[in-house]
Design a protein around this ligand. Structure first.
Ligand code: GRF
Length: 218
């Protein structure tokens, strides 16, 4: 942060509907999250999250990945777009691009992601279908620091939901999203307040190493 009394500035990166972004907007408005959402950046012009941001009076930027002929070139433009707003932290909220190691290192310790599974289970895509096919009784979502390993960075908080006998991937996804909307602003608030740090490759909350992620209780 730029000074002791300055509000933490965040860039939020999206690709789609932006319900997690909306949860951040609502938490800031409701006074439960002390954050200045400086900019919302999307790699897709049709992402509904851009509309949500505009409606909330937040600046938006679109950087279409298709305009670039390499991952490196896109990530360089993305970093430039982010840095123009001088954020303290960067929040990936349904940002559906794999980021280069160079990008990840640039924001190390300041870069969070939410992944819709109880990591280390099911990194990658199709997590809800995979949990159903495995017959899991519990599913959920994990907020983690982003490192060079895909969906493999130190875990911070998990929210669990029971898998119901009549669940399909859509009903399960909807229930997981509800818990995401609670755990992600919470974790971002810890980072923004300086309570959460990445230290020697471990997530540390209030001075205590999180060898297991914090389990959200409801
Ligand atoms: C969420 O399920 C999140 O875990 C994943 O992408 C989805 C984003 O949803 N990374 P939304 O755009 O925030 O509604």
């Amino acid at each position: 942060m730029t000074g002791a009394s300055a509000r933490c500035r965040a860039a939020i990166l999206i690709s789609g509907g932006g319900t997690n972004l909306q949860a951040f907007i609502d938490a800031v408005r409701g006074g439960t999250l002390d954050l200045d959402i400086a900019v919302v950046i999307s790699n897709r012009a049709d992402a509904y999250g851009l509309t949500r941001a505009s409606q909330a009076g937040i600046e938006t930027v679109c950087i279409p990945h298709k305009d670039f002929d390499s991952r490196d070139a896109f990530d360089a433009a993305l970093a430039e777009g982010i840095d123009a707003y001088a954020p303290d932290i960067v929040i990936l909220a349904g940002f559906m691009r794999i980021l280069t190691a160079r990008f990840v290192r640039r924001y190390q310790g300041r870069l969070l992601n939410i992944h819709p599974s109880l990591l280390p289970l099911y990194p990658g895509l199709d997590t809800h279908r995979r949990a159903l096919e495995a017959g899991d009784r519990w599913h959920g979502s994990t907020v983690h620091f982003v490192t060079e390993e895909l969906d493999g960075g130190p875990r911070i908080i998990q929210g669990r939901v029971p898998v119901r006998p009549d669940d399909d991937a859509d009903s399960l996804a909807a229930r997981v999203l509800e818990v995401e909307h609670r755990i992600y602003p919470l974790a971002a608030g810890w980072l923004a307040a300086g309570r959460l740090v990445l230290c020697d490759g471990k997530a540390v909350l209030d001075g205590r190493e999180l060898s297991e992620p914090y389990q959200y209780g409801g």
